[in-house]
Design a protein around this ligand. Structure first.
Ligand code: B12
Ligand code: SF4
Ligand code: SF4
Length: 350
């Protein structure tokens, strides 16, 4: 493609993506990000990586490792749904896990984008990944110039903040890349470092497997200290984003949309990320399928959510888990994921 055609395709793809709701779109080449390799290796060597990441570093940094024809990486950012403020004592679901699972939403939108490209005579091939592919999305997003990395590890998009999810659309045609933004614009701010419950920010490498977001998704038996770090979290952790000055506009929008929906019956009610701890603890298979399987909080199964609700009840110090344990002697059995957390094996009702 000549430069003029590349420029036209770039403008059109940005316009169509924006019409589909993407808030930022950037282009970068398929060059591997070689300098990321030692960074990823150090994290693996020091036992700080999560099992959710591939150990094949080449596949994480090189778009041509899995698809040799790849020439361009288009990075797309989609905003998370607005949510209403939490009620006292509610369990907390992270914003990326409320509403319809973003993996499905974004896959649908990228398919629509590619359909539009094909209708407009795009002759190349494409592939895409939303979260679960091997490529390190934040690194490509940075190189594609859509944002910069904050001390909280998040990709922060100027004027938008970090409450977005990312996706990569790979193309087998060359399109002129965008320029990266100046790196790290946190200045002297330390808000996320101070607020992080696990106290892992501001240290290199990032201890991913100590992050509370990871712990809420992990099936390993958690130490008492890790259990305590959960607070009332049931899935994920938004703390380092909530305190970030770059997200305060977004949080203001949440408040405004909540106020509007309370005063105007025509305004849709934003999603809730608060859940009842006791209801989550007693979750039935049917309720799990209806309320969680359709969201991004469902992929680790029902037992993990119940375990988290059990630990959160303990952290809330409301002793309701004691009553629940008594009840389970009568008509329930303790989910296996909770068994390791019972103080006394005689409390188990198997
Ligand atoms: C594994 C994983 C996790 C793990 C580990 C997270 C981590 N920080 O590594 C856990 C389970 C803890 C996790 C938690 C969360 N995650 Co996550 N996670 C991923 C996943 C699948 C892989 C990440 C990875 O490869 N990490 C390795 C490290 C090294 O890479 P990274 O942190 O993503 O990016 C770093 C490098 O790219 C570096 N960097 C950038 N450019 C360059 C260039 C060079 C040369 C070098 C050396 C480094 C460098 O800067 C980044 C920060 O250090 C990605 C999806 C994907 N396929 O990329 C989502 C992803 C990163 N997660 C995402 C989200 C939303 C979250 C949570 C906010 C969810 C929640 N509310 O609980 C938390 C945030 C935790 C945090 N502070 O990072 C989003 C990020 C959106 C954003 N605005 O940044 C992603 C992109 C998923 C998506 N498709 O939207 N996650
Ligand atoms: S997601 Fe939570 S635990 Fe992880 S770095 Fe951010 S504040 Fe810390
Ligand atoms: S809270 Fe402050 S230090 Fe942390 S990412 Fe935001 S601007 Fe950077």
């Amino acid at each position: 493609m000549d430069i003029l055609k590349q420029t036209q395709w770039k403008m059109n793809i940005k316009k169509w993506a924006s019409e589909l709701g993407f808030v930022s779109v950037g282009f970068t080449t398929a060059e591997p990000i070689d300098s990321l390799a030692p960074f990823l290796q150090a994290r693996i060597d020091q036992g700080l990586a999560t099992p959710f990441e591939s150990k094949e570093i080449n596949r994480r940094i090189d778009p041509q490792a899995d698809w040799q024809d790849c020439q361009t990486v288009v990075v797309l950012a989609f905003p998370l749904p607005l949510t209403v403020p939490l009620q006292e004592g509610e369990g907390i679901i992270a914003r990326s896990a409320v509403g319809e699972d973003y993996h499905r939403v974004i896959s649908r939108k990228i398919n629509q984008l590619v359909d539009t490209m094909v209708k407009n005579s795009w002759l190349g091939s494409s592939r895409f990944q939303v979260d679960t592919g091997p490529l390190v999305e934040r690194a490509f997003a940075t190189r594609a110039g859509i944002g910069w990395i904050g001390r909280n590890q998040q990709l922060i998009i100027p004027g938008q903040g970090s409450f977005v999810v990312l996706a990569l659309l790979l193309l087998d045609q060359e399109i002129i890349p965008d320029e990266p933004l100046p790196p790290g614009q946190c200045g002297s701010c330390q808000k996320c470092v101070q607020a992080c419950p696990a106290q892992i920010l501001g240290k290199e490498p990032f201890a991913a497997n100590k992050c509370v977001s990871y712990l809420t998704q992990s099936k390993e038996v958690l130490t008492p200290e890790e259990q305590h770090l959960f607070g009332l979290r049931i899935f994920g952790c938004d703390t380092c984003q909530e305190v970030c000055p770059h997200n305060q506009n977004w949080l203001g929008k949440e408040q405004l949309s909540t106020d509007l929906s309370a005063s105007l019956s025509t305004t849709p009610i934003p999603h809730s990320r608060g859940v009842s701890l006791l209801e989550t603890l007693n979750l039935t298979k049917g309720e799990f399928v209806k309320h969680y399987k359709v969201t991004a909080a469902g992929w680790r199964g029902k037992g993990v959510l119940q375990r988290n609700a059990f630990l959160a009840l303990g952290n809330a110090q409301v002793n309701r888990s004691d009553q629940w344990l008594k009840d389970c002697e009568k008509d329930k059995s303790v989910p296996p994921m909770i068994l390791p957390y019972l103080q006394d094996s005689s409390e188990r009702c198997e």
